[in-house]
Design a binder for this molecule. Sequence first.
Ligand SMILES: NC(=O)c1ccc[n+]([C@@H]2O[C@H](COP(=O)([O-])OP(=O)(O)OC[C@H]3O[C@@H](n4cnc5c(N)ncnc54)[C@H](OP(=O)(O)O)[C@@H]3O)[C@@H](O)[C@H]2O)c1
Length: 235
Amino acid sequence: MVCLITGSSRGLGKSIALAFGRRGHRVVVHYKDKEKEASEVAAQIKETIIFRADVRDFNQVKLLIDAVVKQWGTIDVLVNNAGITREALMLKTSEKDFDELMNTNLKGPFNFIRAVTPFMLKQKSGHIINISSIAGIKGKAGLSAYSASKAGLAGLTMGAARELGGYNIRVNAVLPGYMLTDMGTASHEKAKELALHESLVKDFSDPDEVSEFICFLAETKRITGQVFNLDSRIV
Ligand SMILES: NC(=O)c1ccc[n+]([C@@H]2O[C@H](COP(=O)([O-])OP(=O)(O)OC[C@H]3O[C@@H](n4cnc5c(N)ncnc54)[C@H](OP(=O)(O)O)[C@@H]3O)[C@@H](O)[C@H]2O)c1
């Protein structure tokens, strides 16, 4: 399969790219700023290409998708993983930060789905997996805009799944738990303490465990429109 993982220069995206690579799939490694890190990920995968694109910009996304299809003729799996967070109480969240969160976490996946779907429709198959968050289900103080963007992503997942299911294109969402990636590490200490406290196994989530689940899900044929919670915190 040809698998495109957005934001695979580091963190969860890197782990997903490596997991698909270990299974012998062709992997598109994608990044925005961290070119060196993306190259280091690609160096560990047998068949790979690296592309830069800002997920917020549809034209850049479309160029990337067109280039992948030109080179490999197909895109079988799209994982919309790239995302950002901005910690601030709602009343202190600037309009600029709100827009940036929405444009990256919600419009970014929309841009990729819009660009890749015409090819998946033509080949009559495909699987799109969106990375959401428990924050999108139960909300998080200090992360209202992030929570809103991730809740929107669940809606986008189910809407797209309904539209595309009849064409053998599956769309699912996965919610990882709290992971100590760059994003998780940069969070406020109190957020980490709370995540550990709320975890029933008193541990953080492991990106590699999440990636194994995503690889399994990507290879299934009859599962769509679902939001899979891989967290150890009960909603
Ligand atoms: N960490 C957690 O605890 C946690 C929990 C639940 C859900 N999630 C979700 O899991 C996903 C991955 O998170 P992570 O913790 O691995 O984050 P991370 O370590 O901060 O990595 C973020 C990735 O997204 C890319 N990216 C950010 N903005 C972009 C843009 N405008 N255009 C293209 N790429 C962009 C980055 O590219 P560059 O490297 O080039 O900057 C990087 O590869 C996110 O959607 C996040 O919301 C994370």
